[in-house]
Design a protein around this ligand. Sequence first.
Ligand SMILES: NC(=O)C1=CN([C@@H]2O[C@H](COP(=O)(O)OP(=O)(O)OC[C@H]3O[C@@H](n4cnc5c(N)ncnc54)[C@H](OP(=O)(O)O)[C@@H]3O)[C@@H](O)[C@H]2O)C=CC1
Ligand SMILES: O=C(O)[C@@H]1CCC=N1
Length: 272
Amino acid sequence: MNRLLFLGAGPMAEAIISGIVRKEIMPGTSIYVKNRQNQDRIEELVAKYGINGFNPEKDQLDQFDMIILAMQPNDIGEVCRDLKQKIHPQQLIISIISSVSTEYFEEHLHQQQPIIRVMPNTSSTINESATAISIGKYVEEKHVNFTKTMLAAIGTVYVIEESKMDIFTGIAGCGPAYFYAFMEQMETLAVEHDLPIELARNMIAQTILGSAKMVLLSDEDPMVLRKHVAAPNGPTEAGLFALEAFGGKKAIIEAVKAATERSKEIGKLFNV
Ligand SMILES: NC(=O)C1=CN([C@@H]2O[C@H](COP(=O)(O)OP(=O)(O)OC[C@H]3O[C@@H](n4cnc5c(N)ncnc54)[C@H](OP(=O)(O)O)[C@@H]3O)[C@@H](O)[C@H]2O)C=CC1
Ligand SMILES: O=C(O)[C@@H]1CCC=N1
């Protein structure tokens, strides 16, 4: 793959660009970025990563091997109408836009356009994303291989069926926000109990990091690990009891369901 264009220069685009450049998947000189309006942001990314701003006077959309769509879903219909006039059917289109299916793009771009849909999360910024990809009908093996290599630069990549994208979004795409909300409450309590905020923040983050690493590295399932923490009639058991009594389990389930349903709902606005 020689030239890559990002349409949309928000934080998700930046996270992917920083991974690609840092891991030397592509040189910055092969990466271009375009916003609808905000040119200051383009200049910021150009200076930071040694990439190029798209210049409509000399660059053309059909000169890129791959285009990454990284804007909000709202006016994607208009984006597709414009793109269709300017791209050719062999160009790989990668969409990181949540909720919009590969079928939608297949329908609204050229017949047989290769489309890959991606759901990263914000931990891309530190190369720790849990990223899913689903593959459109007209995608070739070389497209999948390049996309996986590129996204491996920002974390772990899973290839999943398109039908699983909403639940993946509800868990892994939105998940960082749930954990941050959890951390906010713990931090408030720690500070109320006179722990310095720096220590509180660090110990909470370290506790979550350690728990996540235990699941990844120990081969035990979370239920077993949970039981290892909780001695009969000890403090953890009391804490878990309160978590259950105050609807903790239900709250987790309902949060994921609501996010998944919302993703489906948004997707229906872009039905083919
Ligand atoms: N944030 C997250 O946790 C995740 C987000 N996503 C998805 O990633 C996408 C981007 O997210 P995020 O970076 O947070 O989004 P932002 O809304 O912060 O940024 C979107 C960018 O796209 C630009 N843009 C809008 N329309 C166009 C257009 N027609 N052509 C070129 N550029 C355009 C905007 O530029 P301007 O200001 O000039 O209009 C802006 O810089 C979204 O679809 C989101 O659903 C996916 C996974 C996780
Ligand atoms: O909530 C959102 O709009 C996006 C989808 C996944 C994470 N953030």
